[in-house]
Design a protein around this ligand. Sequence first.
Ligand code: APR
Length: 251
Amino acid sequence: MVAANRSALSPQSAIVVLTGAGISKESGLDTFRDADGIWSKVRLEDVATPEAFARDPATVQAFYDARRRQLQAAAIAPNPAHLALADLEARWPGEVLVVTQNIDDLHERAGSRNVIHMHGELLKVRCGADGSIHAWRDDVAPDSACPACGRTGTLRPHVVWFGEMPLELDAIYGALDRCGLFVSVGTSGNVYPAAGFVHEVRRLGRAHTVEINLEPSETVSLFVEKLHGPASGLLPAFVSELLETVEHCGD
Ligand code: APR
């Protein structure tokens, strides 16, 4: 299973792992574009754009309230794929950064610390009046007050909607520039800029590229190594192999 150019990795190589909804599927959270995915049940134009929020804030808040409640249900927990990435961060000598498109907190619950949520976080809200960001576990009601400015009716989910700029792009592109390994897990490759990160890594020409996904993504041809199947099985095995190379380096 080890591809020829995985051998160019050293224990000091920086690793960037891009994750998408597929990594949380086996934790009980729906993906977006699979047959039973979120966008098969609700139109993204109705719930995931600034225009939708301006037109019908109650519908948009209700959509995120339901997802926030589901995320906090007892049955939802990190799966072996999230745990494998936390293990990699703890044991790999070089930098390990998880860049996630997911707004759930399953990477953090698994123990990952170096995580960028480029599409925001479901368990946070942002005040449209003063821009402050707050941890938030409840529904957002019309009379919910901003903890900073006290105004009501100003809170919105701290998520990036279609047509808005993803978060922390400078930090992400800096990490892509440094990395020796880029792994994409559980993302269909439909949404940019995340789908373009593999282009950027290839352009720089320094990193090995790996896709781990249930099925080939839209950008599969750009990856050198492709592993297709459930992330909960493939990712722990992949991480074990990487960590073995570190242990052998220490022999
Ligand atoms: N293991 C690995 N991959 C899986 C699994 C699994 N158990 N289950 C599903 N997948 C794969 C699917 O085959 C699909 O290719 O995960 C991918 C999920 O793709 P999308 O539903 O398009 O999710 P994602 O790529 O994260 O979407 C990107 O789109 O709507 C937006 O903002 C939303 O962040 C999201 C963005």
